[in-house]
Design a protein around this ligand. Structure first.
Ligand code: ATP
Ligand code: MG
Length: 159
């Protein structure tokens, strides 16, 4: 089912604007003016964005910035969620997408999550033949990059 990723991202991000600004964070949205069609499940793609945005908001102190962007790259669409938050230590990056994995107890107490958000993100991306990359620096912030193929393999129209 083709969906317009630009519309979906705009709608989802606007649902979080109030919460984000109430926490003293700036929310920046950078999407193309035109549609960007991708073959994907709208609810699941929205869930990916909600989980990443929720993390960016939870792990960014007041005064920080959260940014969401959509671009295209050849046969893929690229969704980035970045923040100027606490960052993730290098040694934790490889385990981040495991179920129930949380970086440390101090943070766990502060935000009260379960450690499932990123495992769900990874699962959804795998089911769409996409992937997720993370770049992060402690004390500076994090950037999660989602890549999704515009078309699901084997579903192209036969000539
Ligand atoms: P849940 O999402 O289930 O409520 P959670 O946020 O702890 O709980 P994940 O979303 O899977 O779980 O994230 C795992 C861990 O990765 C978090 O506990 C946090 O330590 C770290 N993390 C995730 N996103 C960020 C981010 N944007 N900045 C800093 N740390 C992050
Ligand atoms: Mg989370």
């Amino acid at each position: 089912e083709p969906i317009d990723l630009v519309q979906l991202v705009k709608r989802t991000v606007e649902r979080y604007r109030h919460e984000t600004e109430a926490q003293g964070l700036t929310l920046e949205l950078d999407v193309p003016a035109e549609r960007l069609t991708v073959e994907a499940d709208a609810d699941r793609v929205a869930q990916v964005l909600i989980n990443l945005l929720g993390n960016a908001i939870a792990y960014t102190p007041t005064g920080g910035k959260v940014r969401v962007s959509v671009t295209e790259r050849e046969q893929d669409v690229v969704l980035k969620v970045s923040d100027t938050g606490i960052g993730i230590p290098e040694e934790d990056i490889s385990r981040l997408f495991e179920r129930f994995y949380r970086v440390d107890k101090a943070r766990a107490r502060r935000s009260g999550g379960t450690g499932l958000g990123l495992a769900i993100v990874k699962h959804i991306l795998e089911s769409h033949h996409g992937h997720v990359d993370v770049r992060s620096e402690v004390g500076k912030g994090s950037e999660f990059t989602i890549t999704l193929p515009k078309q699901q393999k084997g579903e192209e129209t036969a000539l």
